[in-house]
Design a protein around this ligand. Structure first.
Ligand SMILES: C[S@@+](CC[C@H](N)C(=O)[O-])C[C@H]1O[C@@H](n2cnc3c(N)ncnc32)[C@H](O)[C@@H]1O
Length: 247
């Protein structure tokens, strides 16, 4: 039997990507703490961080829109040729992120919709969906051309702020990678992308500025890969692979 490997870090997303070798990642799935989340917080559509000794404030830090160019430039560099990038965001951020990603070299295909099945808070038409922007570097065929562009999975209640269900990322990972490939998330939060990646037999590498997020992710991923090193500096991709756990 083989167990997948993960590693996590507390570096800033862009610094962390800069620390990685070029063309070393097979798939990037990420959910940045984009600026307009502040509005969702103000109207109560996302939860607060739970208090713990390691969390210094109630909300996670926001990633300014002005930093998208450096984020996409680094994302493009670390992705191998013929790979995909998925970016969770809202309608407001979609119009800011799309042209910046295209400037970095990505081809934009379309927004996918995560349908949360039930309405959330809000004022004008209560929120039931989020977008997932689908980008490509080079050319890669999706593994299953019959999968629809609406992914219906119930939201996570009382989880990490803006937590995504692993079942949503599972669709993206199954579509755009194969077993043993490396999935990366520079804004990993509670580690939902990591859970989906390891469940599907992929390797995972991620970072988050919030130590509480790194603790949570490590706790969740250890179940799949008990020998993997948490909180380690970015490793050479050759060091990531499968641990052979045969007796
Ligand atoms: C929307 S949450 C991600 C939630 C995640 N998808 C999940 O399912 O739990 C965004 C995360 O980005 C982190 N973050 C904000 N600015 C960052 C930065 N500059 N570098 C790395 N992480 C950052 C926050 O701490 C937060 O955990």
């Amino acid at each position: 039997m083989t167990a997948p490997v993960f590693h996590v870090s507390t570096l800033d997303a862009v610094d962390w990507l800069r620390s990685m070798p070029s063309e070393s990642v097979d798939l990037l799935v990420t959910d940045p703490a984009y600026e307009s989340l502040e509005k969702h917080r103000a109207i109560g559509t996302t939860t607060r961080l739970k208090h713990s000794k390691s969390s210094s404030n109630d909300w996670f830090a926001v990633f300014p829109n002005a930093r998208f160019p450096e984020l996409f430039a680094e994302a493009y560099r670390v992705l191998k040729r013929n790979t995909h990038l998925y970016l969770f965001c809202d309608a407001e951020t979609m119009f800011i992120a799309r042209p910046e990603a295209e400037r970095a070299g990505f081809r934009f295909w379309k927004p996918l919709v995560w349908d949360k099945k039930t309405i959330g808070m809000g004022y004008h038409y209560r929120a039931r969906y989020e977008f997932i922007l689908f980008f490509e570097k080079g050319k890669r065929r999706l593994n299953d051309l019959g999968v629809p562009d609406v992914i219906t999975v119930p939201r996570v209640h009382r989880g990490y702020p803006a937590e995504k269900p692993p079942a949503v990322s599972a669709v993206l990972i199954e579509q755009s990678s194969i077993r043993g490939e490396l999935v990366a998330d520079p804004f990993m939060g509670s580690g939902s992308v990591g859970v989906a990646a390891l469940e599907a037999g992929r390797c995972f590498t991620g970072t988050d500025l919030n130590p509480e997020a790194v603790r949570l992710t490590t706790e969740r991923l250890r179940v799949f890969a008990p020998d993997a090193m948490p909180d380690a500096p970015a490793r050479e991709p050759e060091q990531l692979g499968f641990i052979d756990t045969r007796p």
